[in-house]
Ligand binder design. Structure first.
Ligand code: MF3
Ligand code: CO
Ligand code: CO
Length: 265
């Protein structure tokens, strides 16, 4: 027994609902972003929009996390706490939303551009976006979890970026974080096999410099040790026999992130 929950069709339907709430709220965040907006305003929007949709933000009070969303700017890798910080032209920001519907969690994030990105910001963000796609493309029943990380690491490093090792993707369902862990680095053919009905996140954190991270004094904010830029995208997927369904798939392109309109969101 692997200890990884297999969702029934009924449970996958509830996961789809939770994931679609998170996806729609993330679309709304994209539309409110511009220079001058504070990360506290993003938190307020996420809290209110999540409630309007009849859901609950999983982050609020999760292991003591004090806000409803993680907002991670520039060299912040993840778990940035919303506050008075004002977004400036040229910043990049990852907004990570987890919505709970009838006890099931939907987890998704994206990195957004504030104004026109510089070349480094654009590079790390577009590599991170492609890393998530590369990871999702591996997923089907029978593959090993190491195959996902290996493909992501190979692509990221081919683009001159590094993959954060300190934080991983995860099983998701009745718990925010459940088995299995899903590293975004590793070797093909290693770790356990995926089975149809498993729900996992893939959420590569990609750095322009070294992969090492450091936690700030607030005990949450993770930054790159070398203070280079970091970007991240996250989807929740359910494994199927021949691939996966992206449960947090968006109904339209993200504002302030997708420079070139895409076929698949
Ligand atoms: N949303 C993050 C994830 O993708 C976890 C955030 S935990 C928190 O797994 F406590 F910082 F909110
Ligand atoms: Co998340
Ligand atoms: Co996650």
């Amino acid at each position: 027994m692997s200890g990884v929950p297999i969702k029934s069709a009924r449970e996958v339907a509830l996961m789809r609902q939770a994931c679609q709430v998170a996806a729609e709220t993330l679309l709304g965040v994209g539309e409110m972003l511009r220079p001058g907006v504070t990360t506290a305003q993003i938190d307020r929007f996420v809290r209110e929009d999540t409630a309007r949709r009849g859901a609950r933000p999983a982050q609020l009070n999760y292991h003591g996390f004090p806000r409803s969303v993680c907002t991670s700017v520039n060299e912040v890798v993840c778990h940035g706490i919303p506050g008075p910080r004002v977004l400036d032209r040229g910043d990049i920001i990852n907004v990570d939303i987890t919505s709970v519907v009838q006890g099931y969690h939907g987890d998704t994030s994206a990195t957004f551009y504030i104004g026109e990105p510089g070349p480094d910001a654009k590079h790390v963000t577009e590599v991170a976006r492609q890393c998530l796609e590369v990871g999702i493309r591996q997923v089907r029943e029978g593959i090993r979890i190491g195959d996902i990380g290996a493909a992501i690491q190979r692509f990221a490093e081919s683009q001159g970026c590094s993959v954060v090792k300190a934080f991983v993707g995860h099983g998701v369902g009745r718990a925010f974080h459940e088995a299995p862990q899903v590293p975004h680095y590793g070797r093909p053919g290693t770790l356990s096999r995926l089975r149809a009905g498993m729900c996992i996140t893939i959420e590569p954190m990609i750095n322009l410099g070294n992969y090492d991270v450091e936690i700030l004094e607030d005990r949450w904010t993770a930054v790159t040790k070398d203070r280079t830029l970091s970007a991240q995208f996250e989807h929740t997927v359910v494994v199927t026999k021949n691939g996966c369904e992206v449960l947090t798939r968006r109904s339209r392109p993200l504002a302030n992130s997708e420079i070139f309109p895409r076929v698949f969101n």
